[in-house]
Design a protein around this ligand. Structure first.
Ligand code: GLV
Ligand code: MN
Ligand code: MN
Ligand code: MN
Length: 385
């Protein structure tokens, strides 16, 4: 899958999604960030809808489950309500959040972040991809720049429940299908630019260089070592760009990004301090300047709502007996930002080998069915509550 946010395939899956929910009798609202809210009436439509949401966008070489499983599980839950002519008290909504991945338009969870008040609409609209196209212009191009306000005040929800593949190995290792997610770890992204000197590779003696690519290589090693030395933390470099991209000219400029995460906010602060100190030390030894060290995204640890989690717990007990695990998510999800405004909880589904952000990503139909049943049960319990 290469359904990067707001590309032509994202447009097609959005159009398909809108057709499906309209066929279920839902009303559809698209907000100013392109989030799609499909609502099925309840008996008391003055209440904000109880939402089931996730995302339809993918990584550039993504799999067939990350994101879309949550939207399709929600759609199936909605169809089940239709098939059985169930009248809920509150209305029920299925939500597709725009640009969860942040792969094309950093940061991740951008549009749920605007809805949840973490970012301004202006910030959301002005994010750019590598070619300089903005979120706003791409929303307009694919026909999903809506006019509903993108905020919890303009477009309220009562609660948010999200099904997602685990993206890690824990459920499989314990022979469990489903996990009850109680929170999400702390996450930061950084943008780093190194400035050295472009020089001839053949004539510049090895000790007379300010080689930013070599310096970045040492930094990447150090970033990995620092996270390894701080249990509960992770740090990764997956994007690097060197200039001027010539085989016989030393790279005078390097830009790279760091993804850093930790089990607590305090640990992430400690990790950040260690990463920056290690990189500054390497730069000064190499005669390279750190031109930019910018924390471009900060997302503190999230604890989901006790009541919403309890509804998921009760539902999973019914669907899976006692066979489930309570867990913290290593990945970010739209539920992180909905949790800032409304009771939120998540359901994880086992995935093969814990692999995601990869075309081999896989979950069985039976496991997805279990997750979708847990979702529907949680929503119905919340509706009664
Ligand atoms: C967000 O999707 C993340 O965990 O990177
Ligand atoms: Mn996802
Ligand atoms: Mn993802
Ligand atoms: Mn994610």
């Amino acid at each position: 899958m290469n359904r990067l946010s707001l590309n032509d395939d994202d447009k097609r899956v959005r159009q398909w999604f809108v057709e499906q929910v309209k066929a279920c009798g839902c009303t559809v609202k698209v907000d100013q960030m392109g989030n799609i809210f499909a609502t099925r009436s309840g008996s008391n439509n003055s209440l904000p809808p109880i939402a089931m949401g996730s995302h339809l966008d993918t990584q550039p070489a993504g799999g067939r489950y990350d994101g879309i499983v949550g939207v399709l599980s929600a759609l199936e839950a909605l169809r089940t309500l239709q098939d059985h002519r169930v009248e809920t008290y509150a209305p029920i909504a299925v939500v597709n959040w725009t640009n969860e991945e942040g792969a094309r338009f950093p940061p991740a969870m951008l549009a749920s972040g605007v809805w949840g008040g973490a970012f301004t609409l202006e910030h959301g609209h002005s994010r750019t991809d590598a070619s300089g196209k903005t979120v706003k212009s791409e929303l307009a191009r694919i026909g999903f720049l809506g006019d509903t306000g993108c905020s919890c005040d303009a477009n309220p929800l009562s609660a948010h429940f999200e099904v997602h593949i685990e993206q890690g190995p824990a459920l499989e290792a314990e022979g469990l299908r489903v996990g009850v997610v109680t929170g999400v770890q702390s996450m930061n992204w950084y943008n780093v630019v190194l400035r050295g000197r472009e020089q001839h590779c053949g004539t510049t003696p090895m000790h007379m260089r300010a080689d930013t690519l070599l310096c970045a290589a040492k930094m990447i090693q150090a970033i990995n070592a620092q996270a390894l030395s701080l249990p509960g933390s992770l740090a990764s470099v997956a994007v690097i760009n060197s200039t001027p991209q010539s085989i016989n000219t030393l790279a005078g400029r390097v830009q790279f990004n760091i993804d850093a995460r930790a089990s607590s906010n305090e640990l992430l602060v400690q990790l950040e301090e260690r990463l920056e100190a290690a990189c500054r030390d390497i730069a000064s030894k190499d005669g390279v300047q750190i031109e930019l060290w910018d924390r471009i995204w900060q997302c503190p640890k999230t604890a989901f709502d006790d009541t919403a989690v309890e509804m998921v717990r009760q539902s999973v007990r019914k669907v899976e007996g006692g066979k489930f695990k309570e867990m913290i998510s290593g990945a970010g999800h739209d539920s992180v930002y909905t949790a800032r405004k409304v009771p939120t909880a998540m359901i994880f589904i086992r995935c093969k080998g814990g692999i995601s952000h990869n075309p081999v990503e896989f979950s069985t139909q039976e496991d997805i069915q279990a997750g979708a049943n847990v979702l529907l049960g949680a929503v119905l319990r919340y509706d009664e509550y």
